[in-house]
Design a protein around this ligand. Structure first.
Ligand code: MV4
Length: 614
């Protein structure tokens, strides 16, 4: 029996797993990077260990994680999502160390990591796949032949890909060559494999996924579907269950097909079958072998705790329910509250959260590791909180979500709350008529006009009012941030350091009042962090254009080299920060005179990546 779980993750999902473990009487061990020492996942766990290494790399350090798990006596590891969760080698090395990996078997993770392989497996199991190849495609000529066979548009996809990377749409024969090369290159550089395959490209599909649970006794069940069509550049923003306006016959078929697919794999643990739905047709896309960010909407409509099921399954126990005992009730919606500015192209907005007050309402759940005084770090994705509501029907859930968003106070940084409020008023969303590219191709066009205006923050004390932000030490377990009074202090504390006692007065962090953005509009973060990459270049005195890193991040792709002539606004490089890619464009026309970074380099805020001479 599992007695102690190491959570190989951070932030909200680590908190979520810790909660499930505590409920089951299981001890928990957190791991953290140095700057993550104030995260709630650290203070909530029974034990916590700081990992050695760079903040953006430590949670990926399989060897170190296994070694910590061994030395602290953990008998199981929960990987959460992202990081090591779909790394078959990590799952294997846990097993070799005698530690249970809370997830599917390593060979299943490995097989599903290859899209070509998973398509083949699903085709063999009789699950519909998008028309296309189940063998890798090796030349642009082959791509053209397939274009003629299936009819354009077609998609070229990296077999090792996921999310949107390595996906290229080919609309006619003339685009085949470039798309083939680009998909191969992206596959090789992001996923270490240049293997690509071809599918018919579906126009305006919905993205629907099926939650699967399988145990080691051969039972596989589904917990219904989720619609995740509301997303932007492959980042999901709103998810819901059930999928609205889905033909009940189609629903029944796609749920049954996913269960059949999972059974054919001998799938164990929680998993998600991703599908594209177009009219009454559905097609298998990929299997995600982890617990997903959006699992709470399924928990709300079924009442089943997916993380606890994962732990029971890893223990060798049977699923706690049979398929016929799973009942679906009402409707649930999740909004991802990200530290991003929807008024600035969803630019990541790391910084200090000055006030974080969750909505307190029935049928509302907030999954978050955030609290007043929390620092959103630039090294990780920008998910601040998941806001999840339940309603008897979709309309009630939408109304509840709108109120919860209005009541959610996050001050100090920009968030996606204004986006959510606008989207929930959108007729296309209300009528469930959206599709995977709707947000970027249509909704965002006049977003600024329909969004609730973020009010300017009233007198945020900067230099005039001294303020101290206190965060508890990692070893304490006060669960800070669980309930935060709006109006704080000054409170007087006595703090003991090295056997000396100090008197510390803690003042309120943010001036309260109605004028402070209720919906998390941008307050005063550093001007720099709010800038878009396209504006992040200064003009030097002599007319040279300095192209600076907009924040700490990675140069993903250089699109020009020294000596190239560029026009103003031309794309120079792809920059990645907080798991988001953005394009950096030329501030002026001229010649690229210096390039100080190569592809894959990590650079600090304001590092001059290139200079352009007029
Ligand atoms: C597609 C598609 C249309 N036709 N495949 C994007 C990410 C990767 N997981 C698969 N993706 C897509 N594959 C065919 N044959 C459209 C998408 C797609 C998409 C899929 C799921 C969620 C969001 C998406 C956004 C744009 C495109």
């Amino acid at each position: 029996m599992i007695k102690k779980v190491l959570i190989a993750n951070r932030s909200e999902i680590a908190v979520r797993v810790i909660t499930a473990c505590r409920e089951m009487g299981i001890k928990t061990v957190a791991i953290y990077s140095e700057p993550d020492k104030f995260s709630r996942h650290v203070s909530l766990a029974d034990e916590a260990f700081q990992l050695e290494g760079q903040p953006h790399k430590v949670y990926l350090d399989a060897a170190q994680v296994v070694s910590v798990a061994k030395s602290c006596g953990a008998d199981a590891v929960h990987p959460g999502y992202g990081f090591l969760s779909e790394n078959p080698d990590f799952a294997r090395s846990c097993a070799e160390a005698g530690i249970k990996f809370i997830g599917p078997k390593p060979d299943i993770i490995h097989r599903m990591g290859s899209k070509v392989e998973s398509r083949r497996a699903m085709e063999a199991a009789g699950v519909p796949v998008v028309p296309g190849t189940t063998d890798p495609v090796n030349s642009a000529d082959e791509v053209k032949k397939l274009g003629a066979k299936y009819g354009y548009p077609i998609a070229i996809k990296a077999s090792a890909g996921g999310g949107g990377r390595g996906l290229k749409v080919v609309r006619n024969e003339s685009e085949a060559e470039a798309a083939f090369t680009a998909a191969q290159r992206e596959g090789a550089s992001y996923f270490g494999s240049g293997e690509v395959y071809v599918e018919k490209y579906l126009d305006k599909p919905r993205h629907i996924e099926v939650q699967i649970l399988g145990d080691e006794h051969g039972s596989v069940i589904h917990l219904g579907e989720r619609d995740c069509s509301t997303q932007r550049r492959h980042q999901k923003l709103i998810e819901e269950s059930p999928a609205a306006k889905l033909n009940p016959k189609v629903r029944e078929k796609l749920l049954a097909a996913s269960v059949k697919g999972a059974q054919s794999l001998g799938y164990t643990s929680a998993g998600t079958f991703e599908l594209l739905v177009s009219g009454d047709d559905f097609y298998f896309l990929e299997v995600n072998t982890r617990v997903q960010v959006e699992h709470p909407v399924t928990e709300y409509v079924t009442g089943i705790d997916i993380v606890k099921e994962q732990i029971r399954i890893a223990n060798g126990e049977k699923l706690s329910v049979k398929q016929e005992e799973v009942s679906f009730r009402g409707h649930s919606i999740e909004c991802r509250i990200n530290a991003e500015d929807p008024f600035k192209n969803f630019m990541p907005a790391p910084g200090a959260v000055k006030n974080f007050a969750e909505p307190r309402m029935p049928w509302v759940r907030v999954d978050s590791a955030c609290y007043s005084g929390y620092q959103v770090l630039p090294f990780y994705d920008s998910l601040l909180a998941k806001l999840i509501v339940w309603g008897r029907d979709r309309n009630e859930a939408i109304d509840r979500m709108k109120l919860a968003l209005q009541e959610f106070k996050i001050e100090g940084i920009a968030t996606t709350i204004p986006f959510h409020l606008a989207e929930l008023e959108d007729p296309k969303f209300i009528n469930a008529e959206t599709w995977t590219t709707y947000i970027e191709s249509e909704f965002m066009k006049d977003f600024a006009a329909k969004a609730p205006k973020p009010t300017a923050p009233s007198a945020v004390p900067s230099s005039s009012t001294p303020s101290v932000s206190i965060a508890t030490s990692p070893s304490s377990n006060n669960g800070h941030g669980l309930s935060t009074p709006e109006k704080v202090g000054p409170f007087n504390f006595e703090v003991e350091v090295d056997q000396k006692t100090y008197k510390v007065a803690v003042h309120e962090l943010v001036a309260p009042g109605k004028a402070v953005a209720r919906s998390g509009g941008p307050a005063k973060t550093s001007a720099r962090s709010m800038e878009r990459p396209s504006k992040s270049a200064d003009k030097g005195g002599s007319g040279s254009g300095k192209v600076k890193a907009p924040m700490h991040g990675v140069v993903k792709e250089l699109l020009v080299e020294i000596g190239n002539t560029v026009t103003q606004g031309q794309k120079l490089l792809i920059f990645e920060a907080m798991k988001m890619e953005s394009e950096v464009v030329a501030p002026i026309a001229g010649k690229v005179s210096t390039v100080t970074a190569k592809q894959g380099d990590t650079v600090d805020t304001d590092h001059v990546i290139m200079e352009i001479a007029e």
